[in-house]
Design a binder for this molecule. Structure first.
Ligand code: FES
Length: 112
């Protein structure tokens, strides 16, 4: 099921913006002509990812709390600042939502 979130023109390049859609809290990120929709809270320890830093050249977002970085194209955790393994350092990959753009409107597919 598609749910409308906002217009592309509501977004600012490389700035994560948080929206509440139905029961979901999501963050939209526009990088050049692509829009990524991710869960609003970091899968590591739950920080609000809206305050993360976008590394546009590499299509990454860096969480502001502990510096974990996630690739927006394939959603994988790609960098953790601590060079150790262990439960505290573990993080799931980022959750993304499928995006559909119709004219200037952005929709997410909540069934996917
Ligand atoms: S909560 Fe995001 S990196 Fe730890």
């Amino acid at each position: 099921m598609l749910i409308r979130v906002c217009k592309i023109s509501d977004l600012i390049d490389n700035k994560p913006m948080k929206f509440s859609v139905s029961k979901f809290e999501i963050v939209l990120i526009k990088i050049r002509d692509e829009v990524f929709t991710i869960e609003a809270y970091c899968p590591h320890k739950g920080a609000n990812i809206e305050y993360g830093d976008v590394i546009a050249k590499e299509y990454r977002i860096r969480c502001h709390l502990h510096g974990y970085e996630f690739n927006l194209k394939d959603v994988r955790l790609v960098f953790k600042p601590y060079n150790r393994d262990g439960n505290w350092y573990y993080s799931n990959n980022l959750r993304v939502y499928k995006v559909k753009i119709i004219n200037d409107d952005i929709f997410i597919d909540i069934d996917k």
